[in-house]
Ligand binder design. Structure first.
Ligand code: NAD
Length: 499
């Protein structure tokens, strides 16, 4: 039986007044508190620049939980564990003062020296904060120390190595929890269960029975107020290097010998090592980029990416990526994994489609029946669903078939309330379970793969804008699959026609 309750711990939250803390972290912590999954012996120290003191901070946290969480009568009691320190991340005296507060709280709440340092702030500070935590004595503790670090972890392989070397001077690899919030999502965690707890799938989960796998993560939103960050990064770095590669590794990995952090990670790393390297001259063949033009979404005019606030009028940044990945091992040789992600698309959806190969002969075709391929569709968000597409007999017709769907949706379960990804990940980290966090080897291998593509794209001007806001992306993304005789299944469903 897995113990859900976290041990006594102090959470030091850098970036305590930021958007992430406000929308996700405080509501998630409160939800853990309500479930009884936080120890009664806990304290949170918020570190930022903006607020005046504990009272101001507690007010801020309450406000965040009232707006984004589910407040209850226990909110006041919860909030009494929160403390604030105004802080400058590059100033040693700030850390020395912080250490005094931390040592005091350690005693007050009997925290046994257990510390989680959560860096919810701009990545440019990650290295500086980690260095100061060590140099100014905050990591010297008799309990556990863990560093939770938000994305992005570097900008390319070289900068990721530099950052990693810097934080490794203060923390061991097993003390570093690199957040990929997709790994906290219920349906992403379900990939393993579907594969390894069902006898009907694992025997078919290979190149003999699967023709291709598609992973789409599309947003309706544009760049919003993230342009300063996004315009320097683009969809490849913001989405593909981390979330999409992680989903592909979970779909493609071999069954681990045990469900432990090390065994699962080691299988995921093997997938990334087996990814076929793309040569610079092949990038155009395997990858497509796009940038959104103006268009209409939900009946409203929306501007082109280049007309957004803080975006250069000639920006070469991609807001859409589609790619074909090949995994050169016995299980997957010859099976394309298509990935696609974009902003300002027709619908908000993260979806995995596993397309099985056609049966060797269609006995029903002569009677006018078209057989759809069998699909296993996993909807990660906003819906959480698993659907199996089958062909059955058309009622009342002698030998005609019709496609049907066997569906499981968390929406249909009474009282079901899926936890927010951050709630799951915070709980994992407090309990010392690093399975759903990214190991350095995974980060390095995915940057290595991505860097070839971004280098080519940086050198060449994209023919942007090349897709209308509210569409399914550039035409070239459909052609990428059409060349192999496939199509994006989720679009097909939207258009109401077959491939
Ligand atoms: P934000 O800009 O809203 O907040 C930044 C925080 O850092 C603020 O509390 C600010 O006071 C503090 N800060 C800035 N400079 C400081 C300094 N010199 N000294 C001390 N404190 C300082 O950022 P955010 O959107 O909350 O994002 C934080 C991190 O989380 C980033 O790495 C981001 O990429 C990542 N992230 C955010 C989201 C999200 O939904 N917002 C989602 C995924 C990942």
């Amino acid at each position: 039986m897995i113990e859900n309750k976290a041990p006594a711990s102090l959470i030091l939250l850098f970036g305590a007044t930021g958007d992430l803390a406000k929308r996700k972290l405080y509501p998630s912590l409160f939800s853990l508190y309500e479930k009884g999954w936080l120890s009664n012996r806990f304290a949170v120290v918020g570190v930022a620049r903006r607020l005046k003191g504990d009272e101001d901070f507690r007010h801020w946290v309450k406000d965040s939980i009232r707006t984004f969480g589910k407040p209850s009568a226990r909110l006041e009691e919860f909030i009494s564990h929160f403390y604030y320190q105004s802080h400058d991340v590059s100033d040693s005296s700030s850390y020395i003062q912080l250490k005094k507060l931390v040592d005091r709280l350690d005693e007050t709440y009997s925290l046994e020296g257990n510390r989680v340092f959560y860096l919810a702030m701009s990545p440019e500070f990650f290295g500086t904060v980690a260095t100061h935590l060590k140099e100014d004595g905050l990591t010297e503790t008799k309990g556990f120390k863990r560093l939770v670090i938000e994305k992005p972890f570097g900008h390319d392989l070289q900068s990721a190595i530099k950052l990693n070397n810097q934080i490794r001077k203060a923390f061991l690899e097993e003390e570093i929890y690199r957040i990929d919030h997709y790994l906290g999502k219920e349906m992403v965690q379900n990939i393993e269960v579907i594969r390894f707890a069902n006898a009907i799938f694992e025997p078919l989960w290979n190149n003999r029975y699967i023709s291709n796998i598609q992973v789409t993560s599309s947003e309706i939103l544009g760049v919003e107020d993230r342009a300063r960050y996004y315009d320097k990064n683009g969809a490849l770095r913001d989405m593909v290097q981390n979330h999409m590669m992680q989903i592909v590794s979970l779909l493609a990995m071999e069954p681990p010998i045990r469900l432990t952090t090390d065994e699962i990670r080691s299988e995921k790393v093997k997938v990334l090592r087996a990814l076929r390297k793309i040569k610079p001259e092949e990038v155009h063949r395997f990858f497509v980029r796009g940038q959104y033009d103006k268009g209409r979404i939900n009946g409203k005019e929306v501007p082109a990416y280049r007309d957004e606030l803080n975006v250069a009028p000639d920006s070469n940044t991609e807001t859409f990526v589609a790619g074909k990945l090949l995994i050169d091992n016995f299980r997957w040789a010859g099976v394309p994994f298509y990935i696609r992600t974009g902003k300002r698309m027709r619908k908000k959806s993260t979806e995995i489609v596993v397309q099985f190969k056609d049966i060797p002969m269609n006995l029903y075709y002569k009677n006018g029946s078209h057989l759809n391929p069998n699909l296993l569709v996993i909807n990660v968000q906003p819906e959480e669903e698993i659907t199996l597409h089958l062909n059955v007999k058309k009622t009342g017709k002698i030998m005609e078939t019709t496609p049907i769907k066997l569906n499981f949706s968390t929406r249909n379960i009474d009282g079901m309330n899926t936890p927010e990804a951050y709630e799951t990940l915070l709980s994992d980290c407090l309990r010392g379970d690093a399975t759903n966090f990214t190991h350095w080897d995974e980060v390095a291998l995915s940057w290595k793969f991505i860097d070839t593509i971004s280098k080519v794209w940086e050198k060449e001007k994209g023919e942007f804008p090349n897709y209308e806001a509210g569409s399914t992306g550039p035409k070239a993304s459909d052609e990428l699959l059409a060349k192999d005789g496939f199509c994006w299944w989720s679009d097909t469903e939207l258009n109401g026609k077959n491939c």
